[in-house]
Design a protein around this ligand. Structure first.
Ligand SMILES: Cc1cc2nc3c(=O)[nH]c(=O)nc-3n(C[C@H](O)[C@H](O)[C@H](O)COP(=O)(O)OP(=O)(O)OC[C@H]3O[C@@H](n4cnc5c(N)ncnc54)[C@H](O)[C@@H]3O)c2cc1C
Length: 603
């Protein structure tokens, strides 16, 4: 029999980023016992890296803003395959969630009259991102942690969940291991919330932290839940490209929000060359109008650098492909130029973008107040994830809820910057609330001891396969495969090649060998992560093959146009009884008349 310790909670939250913390706070406030598990130390979740801000239509900087404009911007950005109900709830509830953070102690940047300051970001019609310099995620995490810590939430740090445990159809707990000493732990729970974040580590170039291995996606999928929208991956247009050791690290959109412009090697501001028809009337005609916009002129329209991320990323790829890239394969992002407009520009830049200043100074020995940065696209965010009910965040499996980046629906084909942090607090709260209700209405299920024994044995197998495969090599090969074949621009043949490659890598991953023992063994952790990375990679490629059009984060060289037929459904992926991945079309319900009227009025 396997050796493990068992813990018991009413609600178990897996993941302590913004979504998990907010869910844990809400569930705990409802009076149930809450356990919160995270792979890293509390406070180190990926959310801490968020920079630019959280989108909420508070109208503090431009009083024309309201939930209707935010809803319309989100739907347009997602190219109308979003879950419209989630987009509606998000737009309506985000302002209250941000004000709640303020009441809990978040110290936002301020307007001159003392309101929460809001900044411009791509795809948002008005300045909408509440922020704290370019360290907003840190403030979000700090505030939620400080608040949550007083509510009696039990936190299990440096613990990785390996598998969900079921009683019949219902999720009733999970199996996990301690990262430090490798010991197994079993958690029994009446309801489980997944808040495990993204999948960026499936790609070679990514802005995501080491935690982004798609664990929640794979845990839910293995338990029988559905994944949707997996073809939609966001490649953020501006990651560092040089030096190689820091390639992929994010350069916040806040740089462009503060007036940063994109130029090619010929010094041309190329974003003015390609403005999509549906954004033409919202986009500046001249650089002068663009500058007026970023400095708060309400009559001006946004510069083309602030178009949606999918579009800006593709324009950069085009410049590089056509030979107008920067020396290291990107383009130039210039904020230093604002010295022509702003007195004491270096101090202004350092104040507005302190992390960016230090990031480039320390990692690339470059002073962004005097010199343009070299930037290029980086895998940033997954719009796809666990299919959830819009109001309750319940997955398609009883007892299992999901929130944050690992859940899907709100973003459709493309996420607007800033909409993730507000998604975390809006839907984290809802997940906590409804999981607590579920826990109050249902008792504990029964755990199957033999299932736990079998799963722990499987987890330890890679110690016994002397001469087997190195897990790091497999992970690296997968990242190369996905980057090359299911990247910013894709074709049918490339994605088929990716699927074949994933099959081979799965076979190799069944032969991994890890030397040493369960104590302090990152090689073993990597071997265990491989399954999750392979599940999400297969889901991305399969959904990508089926969507024979280009939309948002999914661009097909062989189907470069948008096809209205594909606006009618999302793709769902589910595990069949024989273990295969099955793909299905899920019709998108018709938008109610009142929301259609909002889109028409605001469009
Ligand atoms: C550099 C950067 C800047 C960004 N800036 C912004 C921004 O300005 N505005 C914005 O809206 N969005 C931004 N984003 C996106 C946003 O930060 C993320 O989408 C968001 O933070 C995800 O939050 P989350 O709570 O869903 O998950 P995360 O913050 O990723 O947390 C996941 C949690 O799950 C835990 N976990 C994962 N797997 C397991 C497992 N198997 N067992 C136990 N625990 C597990 C992790 O340890 C972690 O605690 C940015 C992203 C990056 C990379």
């Amino acid at each position: 029999m396997a050796d493990y310790t068992t813990y018991e909670h009413d609600v178990l939250v897996i993941g302590a980023g913004g979504a998990g913390l907010r869910a844990a706070i809400e569930a705990s406030a409802a009076g149930v016992s809450v356990g919160l598990i995270c792979k890293s130390l509390l406070g180190k979740a990926h959310t801490v890296m968020a920079e630019g801000g959280m989108a909420a239509a508070m109208g503090n900087v431009d009083d024309r803003d309201n939930w209707k404009v935010h809803f319309t911007d989100t739907m347009r950005g997602g190219q109308y395959v979003n879950n419209w109900r989630m987009a509606e709830l998000h737009a309506k509830e985000a302002p209250d969630r941000v004000r709640e953070l303020e009441a809990w102690g978040a110290v936002f940047d301020r307007t001159k009259d003392g309101k929460i300051l809001q900044r411009n970001f791509g795809g948002h019609r008005y300045p909408r991102l509440a922020h704290v310099g370019d360290r907003t995620g840190l403030e979000l995490i700090r505030t939620l942690q400080d608040h949550g810590i007083h509510q009696g939430i039990e936190v299990y740090m440096e613990v990785t969940v390996l598998s969900l445990l079921k009683d019949g159809d219902r999720v009733v707990g999970c199996l996990a291991y301690e990262r430090e000493h490798g010991r197994f732990r079993v958690f029994k729970a009446k309801a489980v919330i997944l808040a495990t974040g993204g999948i960026g580590r499936a790609y070679k170039i990514t802005s995501n932290s080491w935690e982004g291995t798609g664990d929640g996606h794979a845990l839910a999928y293995d338990a029988g839940a559905e994944l949707i929208d997996m073809e939609f991956i966001q490649f953020h247009p501006t990651g560092m490209v040089w030096p190689p050791s820091v390639r992929g690290i994010l350069v916040t959109e806040g740089v462009r929000g503060e007036g940063g412009i994109l130029k090619n090697s010929e010094g041309k501001r190329f974003m003015f060359d390609d403005i999509p028809a549906n954004y033409k009337d919202q986009t500046a005609d001249t650089p002068e109008e663009g500058w007026r916009y970023v400095t708060g002129d309400k009559d001006a329209r946004r510069p083309p650098e602030l178009l949606t991320r999918d579009h800006v990323a593709r324009c950069i790829v085009r410049e590089v492909k056509e030979g107008r890239g920067s020396p290291h394969g990107g383009v130039f992002l210039d904020i230093a130029w604002i010295k022509e407009k702003v007195q004491n520009a270096p101090e202004h830049i350092k104040k507005k973008l302190p992390s960016m200043y230090h990031q480039f100074k320390q990692l690339a020995n470059l002073d962004i107040t005097t010199t343009p940065m070299e930037v290029g696209p980086t895998t940033h965010y997954v719009m796809g994830g666990i299919r959830v009910d819009s109001d309750t965040q319940a997955s398609t499996i009883p007892g299992l809820f999901a929130a944050g980046e690992c859940a899907a629906g709100i973003n459709g084909a493309n996420r607007l910057g800033g909409n993730s942090l507000s998604d975390l607090i809006v839907f984290g709260k809802r997940a906590g609330e409804y999981a607590a209700i579920f826990a109050k209405e249902n008792g504990h299920g029964t755990l199957d001891g033999s299932e736990i024994d079998q799963k722990t044995r499987t987890a330890l197998e890679s110690f016994e396969r002397e001469g087997g495969e190195n897990p790091y090599t497999i992970q690296q090969d997968l990242q190369e495969l996905m980057q090359a074949n299911v990247g910013i621009v894709r074709t049918h043949d490339e994605m088929i090649q990716a699927l074949n490659g994933i099959d081979q890598l799965r076979n190799r991953s069944a032969r991994t060998f890890v030397p040493g023992n369960i104590d302090f063994n990152p090689g073993w952790h990597t071997a265990l992560d491989l399954h999750n990375l392979l599940v999400v990679s297969e889901a991305i490629a399969r959904a990508g093959i089926e969507r024979k059009e280009s939309r948002g984060g999914h661009f097909r060289d062989d189907f470069p146009a948008k096809d209205p037929e594909f606006a009618k459904f999302n793709f769902s992926l589910k595990k069949t009884d024989d273990g295969a991945m099955q793909i299905e079309k899920i019709p998108i319900p018709e938008m109610p008349a009142e929301l259609k009227a909002v889109v028409e009025e605001m469009g």
